[in-house]
Design a binder for this molecule. Structure first.
Ligand code: C2E
Ligand code: MG
Ligand code: MG
Length: 574
């Protein structure tokens, strides 16, 4: 701004006005320098005219991102944009502006203020990462999954395609974590995440929702067939043997899946369905996938109700033990009996296959299992006192087996009931033994040292690797009834059972066939040299007063085949 227009000098009034203007101008510039904001002006062609803060040049091209607003000559607030710098990094700015018109309304350009917001953007991005991705695996978290799901729903609508939502939960992660510690647990999770990701396309989403719970979104799939193949692949890759921090680890997973738009139209509903289906997969024996169906919702309600009633059943003495005799082959003496729990709920007998998984789930299996042990050991003591040299077999559930004080509990019960340890046999399923950890292996050894015997229940249904039989102290293999059922009709099953009996012999273990129902099955087992059997052919599980008269007699297989009056549902195997 010129101080002097001509040699004559300005009028004093004008001088004062100019001085005031100059002072105001300087004050403005000083303030702009101090402030984090900068002032800018453009001309009618949007070329920058004035920018008192050139280090933070927002650049005209960037402003052109708001072309529509600028062309309409409207004011704008807090437009954000990024400018690449010479060094390659980005600087972020936020600007506000308004159009300038002269007295006759001609557009002169824009003017406004702006500020650099690079630091704020950086913090925002970190925050987005922290709030949308989970730190251990780097996978999207629940919040981001919700976002992606809503977008995927919109895309499925536009494309008329199917969208699959899966919830995948690791079956035995908690055991591994408890036994090997959190550091190893974290590595196992990272490895699981890596494996899952490797089965998916880049357009699919894999998210981690909780400890060992993942979600998968599969988009644009034409049919259910393809989706089930993906689910199958995910199960397969998780179950492959892993070595983590020097430990051999076997994982498995249960998957629930649901389809948009067939099963539900809302993101929330889809996730709920997938969870229900996943819990159903758990109940179906884990390591499988289930598609949501509407009766699952009803079943899950019944589940919740059973859980409440189970809690009361123990206090109200609604449980009872039935005993199924175990017969020696070929001699037919009764060697002992397996204690099988029964629950009389509102005059209806509920099968353990139905309520044991619920008791497992809720942790109630621990007090229930302790009651079974005490009751069965006490009963066996009575049999000994009657002069029968028999043992009792008690089923130990995985959760019970993992209890830190399980050995102490068993020792205490043996002591209280005065039962010699050699008369107690613990049945542990093959899958549970397969998932043994340092703690549970230790417990097996301590129990064996006490004199208690260990029996592998449901043998043949677990893993194909039999190396554990050499490593763990077990005494008996109970060949699962699913193999025994078809030995007369199915050559493959016949060969399998024959091999299992031979394997037991080689390892110096006792072989027992479960679920023997027919003469044909019995003669096959006798022929192969199986050591013992259990099944309806001789007797189902019965109340103790009906079992006592059988003790000390020889089993009579010639008796008419026993058919339970109200058969309990046999355990289902997946
Ligand atoms: P499991 O230990 O494999 O028991 C054998 C199951 O087969 C029993 O079913 C028995 O009644 C049934 N069974 C026996 N002989 C035959 C036969 O000839 N044919 C057929 N079809 N079935 C036969 P149950 O009593 O319903 O028990 C089912 C499962 O529930 C048991 O399988 C066991 O895993 C579990 N369970 C039972 N009682 C207890 C318990 O006290 N504690 C725990 N943790 N689990 C238990
Ligand atoms: Mg059993
Ligand atoms: Mg069994």
């Amino acid at each position: 701004m010129n101080k002097k227009k001509n040699g004559a000098g300005p009028e004093p009034e004008l001088q004062a006005l100019q001085a005031a203007l100059e002072e105001s101008e300087q004050r403005f510039r000083a303030l702009t320098r101090l402030s984090s904001e900068f002032y800018w002006e453009t001309d009618a062609e949007h070329r920058l005219r004035e920018l008192p803060c050139d280090a933070r040049h927002p650049g005209t091209p960037a402003l052109s991102a708001y072309v529509a607003t600028l062309q309409a000559r409207l004011p704008f607030r807090s437009f954000e944009f990024a400018c690449p710098q010479a060094g390659g990094d980005l600087r972020h700015y936020s600007v506000s502006g308004e159009p300038v018109f002269d007295a006759s309304g001609n557009f002169l350009g824009y003017r406004g203020v702006g500020r650099e917001i690079t630091e704020r953007k950086r913090v925002e991005q970190t925050l987005t990462r922290l709030t949308h991705y989970e730190s251990l695996t780097g996978l999207p978290n629940r919040a981001l999954l919700g976002d992606r799901l809503n977008h995927a729903i919109a895309r499925a609508d536009r494309g008329g395609t199917l969208l699959a939502v899966m919830i995948l939960d690791l079956d035995n992660f908690k055991e591994i974590n408890d036994a090997l510690g959190q550091a190893v647990g974290d590595q196992v999770l990272t490895e699981a995440a890596r494996r899952l990701q490797s089965c998916l396309r880049s357009i699919d989403t894999l998210a981690r929702l909780g400890d060992d719970e993942f979600a998968v979104l599969i988009e644009g799939t034409p049919d259910f067939e393809e989706i089930s193949q993906v689910a199958q692949r995910l199960l397969g890759i998780v179950a492959e043997r892993a070595e983590v921090a020097g430990h051999e680890i076997y994982l498995s997973a249960s998957i629930g899946l649901t389809l948009y738009p067939v099963d539900d139209q809302e993101a929330e509903g889809l996730l709920r369905n997938a969870h229900l289906a996943m819990h159903h997969a758990k109940r179906e024996g884990r390591n499988n996938f289930q598609r949501f169906s509407h009766d699952m919702a009803a079943r899950s309600e019944r589940h919740a109700e059973l859980k409440i009633r189970l809690r009361r059943a123990l206090e109200h003495g609604e449980f009872a033990l039935h005993y199924q005799p175990l017969i020696a082959l070929p001699g037919s003496e009764i060697l002992g009996a397996e204690a099988l729990i029964r629950w009389r709920d509102k005059e209806r007998m509920v099968s353990p296959a139905e309520f044991i998984p619920i008791a497992e789930d809720s942790g109630l299996i621990v007090p229930i299992g302790e009651w079974v042990l005490r009751e069965a050991c006490g009963q066996c003591r009575v049999w000994l006192d009657m002069g029968h040299d028999v043992h009792v077999s008690v089923n130990l559930s995985p959760r019970q087996f993992r209890q830190k004080d399980i050995v102490k509990t068993i020792e205490r019960i043996l002591c209280e009931t005065r039962l010699p340890p050699r008369c107690l046999e613990l049945e542990i399923t093959e899958t549970t033994i397969m998932h043994s950890t340092a703690h549970t292996i230790g417990a097996l050894h301590e129990l064996t040292a006490l004199g208690v015997r260990i029996s592998v229940d449901d043998f043949g249904t677990g893993y194909s690797s039999l190396s554990y039989l050499h490593r763990f102290p077990v005494h008996k293999l109970k060949i699962d009834q699913s193999f025994v059922r078809d030995i007369a009709a199915d050559q493959a099953d016949a060969a399998l059972v024959g091999t299992m009996v031979a394997l037991a012999k080689q390892l110096n273990l006792t072989s027992v066939a479960e679920g023997v129902e027919t003469e044909e099955q019995l003669s096959f087992l006798l022929d192969r040299g199986c050591d013992a059997c259990q099944g309806y052919l001789f007797s189902p599980a019965r109340p103790v007063e009906e079992v006592i008269p059988l003790l000390g007699t020889k089993a009579s297989f010639a008796a008419p085949r026993w058919v339970p009056a109200a058969p309990l549902r046999a355990p289902t195997r997946s």
